[in-house]
Design a protein around this ligand. Sequence first.
Ligand code: IMP
Ligand code: MG
Length: 180
Amino acid sequence: MAPYDVEIMISEAQISARVGEMAEEINAEFADTKKLVLIGLLRGSFVFIADLARRLTLPVEVDFIEAFSYGAEIESSREIRIIKDLRAPIEGLDVLVVEDIVDTGLTLRHVLGMLESRGPGRLEVCALLDKPARREAEVKARFTGFEIPDEFVVGYGIDYAQENRALPYIGRVSFGNRKD
Ligand code: IMP
Ligand code: MG
């Protein structure tokens, strides 16, 4: 893989503060819930869901889905498959989908359609990052951490070819202008 640089776009402190604010919004929005099922989309949301879950004061359960998309070159014709499904039914339950980035929105549209068909009580989305410039599917997260420009990012669970997921901050990737 060609070398690339990563520079901080959103610091660890900024993320922590915003995750706390989002948790407060979610606590208020679901204040009357008996149980909130957090559904993380693997693998990019694993850090975010861990931090968010620990800032919620609601009774929560955690489950995961992993989607895989083919044909990423022509994005609007991508085919999305679920390669890991939920362990438990969600019928009648309050559900919050936890996503790392909403980019074209195609993944989320597919996942939401599938979850909706299972008859949840409430179904909302919480996304750490939103790249509205690249939206192709009409989906909107109820809770959003940061709106970012159309740049490739890594860190805080998000990867570039599996690299840099463990960075504590969100970094902007730049290609082809290394000085060393
Ligand atoms: P989409 O909304 O279906 O286009 O896809 C969203 C998914 O693409 C996210 O959950 C990420 O896994 C991945 N993705 C989108 N933008 C980026 C990025 O800047 N860095 C790394 N992964 C990204
Ligand atoms: Mg993802």
